[in-house]
Design a protein around this ligand. Structure first.
Ligand SMILES: [Zn+2]
Length: 282
């Protein structure tokens, strides 16, 4: 018995040795495969799914509202989900559109307000990501003339100038306040202007843009939070706003800053889509 056991152990050791020798080859192969499978385009779509889930989890959007990315290889196109609540969006729901809102090879119902995204990408070549949401805390600032400005350190990247777009100014009192065609989208984009990041929409919500998706999501999470703090502060007295310099110094203006990626990682995992994170973010 003892001999048999010794023999077995010897065989095991030999097998272990042999597999240890082979280990580098077998380990390297799948890694190579994975890197090939997740192209820049594929990861961009994964990031868009993550963005949808984070915005839903953080109540920036509810059943309505949407986030998009410019096509990383074709500036004249963008990706956004088909008409679906952001918390339900998966990779299969991501649809490619031209900037005038025509779907590429997809017949599923689109978002009615997809024209917002196309117009923002058309007017702002400097941005690659856009959001439209109805976050309630931002609404009073689109109705009263009281400006929405950053007051908390997490909200500086929204910029110190947030214009208000009133659809009635150009399209009259008969609309349903939604942006349902390219002309309305372009008018909204014109109000945002060449450098601002956020535009409020009277009685409706806001739209915002950013060069980087992580920057957009971080800004969008803290935008309604900043609005709530500002609303409370206005009840108490004079408000000390952030200066232009303080706002410009925000870390999420640099999406590669570790502090910016920390939130993205945590939110993605909390929202149940950590498996879609890029390898370097896991
Ligand atoms: Zn809307």
């Amino acid at each position: 018995m003892a001999k048999k056991a010794a023999k077995k152990t010897g065989a095991k050791k030999a097998a272990k040795k042999a597999s240890a020798k082979k280990a580098p080859a077998t380990k390297a192969a799948p890694r190579k495969k994975v890197a090939k499978l997740v192209s820049k385009l594929e990861q961009a779509k994964r990031d868009l799914v993550i963005a949808n889930r984070i915005l839903a989890m953080e109540h920036v959007v509810d059943a309505y509202g949407h986030v998009s990315i410019r096509h990383p290889e074709d500036a004249g196109r963008f990706f956004v989900s088909r008409s679906l609540s952001p918390e339900s969006v998966t990779l299969d729901d991501i649809v490619e559109y031209t900037l005038d809102g025509k779907a590429i090879s997809d017949t599923r119902p689109p978002y009615l307000e997809r024209f917002i995204h196309g117009a923002l990408y058309e007017k702002r070549p400097d941005i690659n990501n856009a959001i439209h949401a109805h976050a309630e805390a931002t609404l009073p600032f689109g109705l009263t003339g009281t400006p929405l400005r950053p007051v908390t350190h997490m909200s500086g990247s929204m910029g110190t100038e947030v214009p208000v777009w009133d659809i009635a100014d150009k399209f009259g009192n008969g609309t349903n306040l939604l942006v349902t065609n390219r002309e309305q989208g372009l008018d909204l984009a014109a109000k945002l202007g060449p450098t601002n990041k956020v535009v409020l929409m009277r009685g409706h919500g806001f739209s915002a843009v950013h060069p980087h998706l992580i920057g957009l999501i971080t800004m969008s999470v803290y935008l309604p939070a900043n609005a709530r703090v500002l609303l409370e502060s206005l009840r108490l007295g004079d408000v000390r706003y952030m200066s232009d310099e303080e706002a410009a110094a925000r870390f999420d203006n640099d999406p590669m800053a570790p502090a910016a990626r920390r939130g993205w990682r945590m939110w993605a995992k909390k929202a149940g889509v950590g498996d879609l994170l890029a390898d370097w973010d896991r």
